[in-house]
Ligand binder design. Structure first.
Ligand SMILES: Nc1ncnc2c1ncn2[C@@H]1O[C@H](COP(=O)(O)OP(=O)(O)OP(=O)(O)O)[C@@H](O)[C@H]1O
Ligand SMILES: N[C@@H](CCO)C(=O)O
Length: 309
């Protein structure tokens, strides 16, 4: 860490500490004589895959968003390799993670998300998600064999339903999306949204899909999967105030809520199965059942998008 810090304009190393909680990357809080930073070692990407994500963040920062752009080292580079992993250093933002969501934070998130979607429209690189359509086709087939018959049927039938829908609407609006904007990827300070972090699932995809990812995490009761109507209303109303939905997007909404729930059910199942022989890693995994319950709840009932417009 001392050698890494010496290659930046960050003064002297004072201390560093691993951040627990994340499941995709290795992160450290870093304190130097010039301030506080976060070091991220990417565990899932090769060096040449990372610049896309750094460019997305730089684009949004340029447009005024509080997002963690990679710092430049003394060689003029923003991306390095440490222990064989692509590595960056970013500013540490003030504020903290929410313990849970409420109507006020949902309203702030809805407004910020719409602005983020508009700002992402002119980002020139259109990269598909590494956990998008091709990934969920392949992974669902492999995972289905490990599931109970009813679970496998839910997984495969929902993908088939989404495929049939999307084939009818090939021009559904897309933008540069965050792709993983759970409330633990935001920071709040004095009841204000102070930063959006962890853009490493960003991609070019459906706008409504990203909104559905956010709604499923921010507005669901994790024990039952059901939507909290007040949070849902606050988030959707604030979003639609900033960015209107087209008639096709309104039609797509129920499908997007279900496929967004399925995507996280599947990634959690994949991670869980990958870690099942390693108790330490298994204990760190997010619970796949939470997103199975959300998917089941959206299959039982999908709310209307426009009733608050
Ligand atoms: N720039 C930052 N400023 C302040 N805190 C940060 C910053 N980056 C990360 N953190 C803290 O570190 C935690 C983990 O970071 P991050 O979400 O990027 O890791 P991750 O491994 O991708 O996590 P997950 O996979 O669970 O989303 C965040 O929840 C946040 O509390
Ligand atoms: N937000 C993801 C983990 C990181 O991508 C989840 O809760 O499954």
């Amino acid at each position: 860490m001392r050698a890494l810090v010496a290659d930046y304009y960050l003064g002297e190393l004072i201390s560093f500490q691993g951040i627990s909680g994340g499941v995709e990357n290795t992160n450290y809080f870093l304190t130097t004589t010039t301030g506080k930073y976060v070091v991220t070692l990417f565990e899932e990407f090769q060096l040449d895959e990372v610049p896309y994500f750094l460019d997305v963040v730089a684009h949004l920062k340029h447009k005024g968003f509080n997002v963690p752009a990679a710092l430049i080292d003394i060689h003029g580079e923003r991306l390095r390799e440490v222990n064989g992993r692509p590595t960056i250093i970013v500013d540490c933002f003030p504020g903290g993670e929410l313990k849970g969501t409420d109507e006020i934070s949902c309203r702030l998130m809805g407004e910020a998300l719409a602005k983020l979607h508009i700002a992402g429209e002119d980002f020139p690189v259109h990269r598909d998600s590494h956990r998008g359509v091709a990934w969920w086709h392949k992974t669902s087939k492999a995972i289905a064999e490990e599931l109970e018959p009813a679970q496998a049927q839910l997984l495969l039938s929902q993908i088939a339903e989404f495929d049939a829908f999307i084939a009818e609407y090939p021009d559904l609006p897309k933008t540069t999306i965050h792709g993983d904007l759970f409330y633990n990827n935001t920071l709040f300070e004095n009841n204000k949204l102070s930063a959006i972090i962890d853009f490493y699932n960003a991609c070019h995809s459906w706008v409504m899909y990203d909104l559905a990812i956010v709604v499923n995490d921010w507005c669901s009761d994790m024990k039952t999967g059901e939507l909290d109507k007040a949070k849902y209303k606050a988030l959707i109303k604030a979003y639609l105030h900033e960015r209107e939905a087209s008639s096709e997007e309104v039609l797509a909404w129920p499908y997007m809520l279900k496929i967004a729930a399925l995507r996280f059910w599947l990634s959690r199942l994949e991670a869980w199965h990958g870690a099942k022989h390693d108790p330490e890693r298994l204990a760190q995994q997010h619970d796949p059942l939470e997103f199975q319950r959300i998917l089941e709840a959206r299959v039982r009932h999908t709310p209307n998008l426009v009733e608050f417009q």
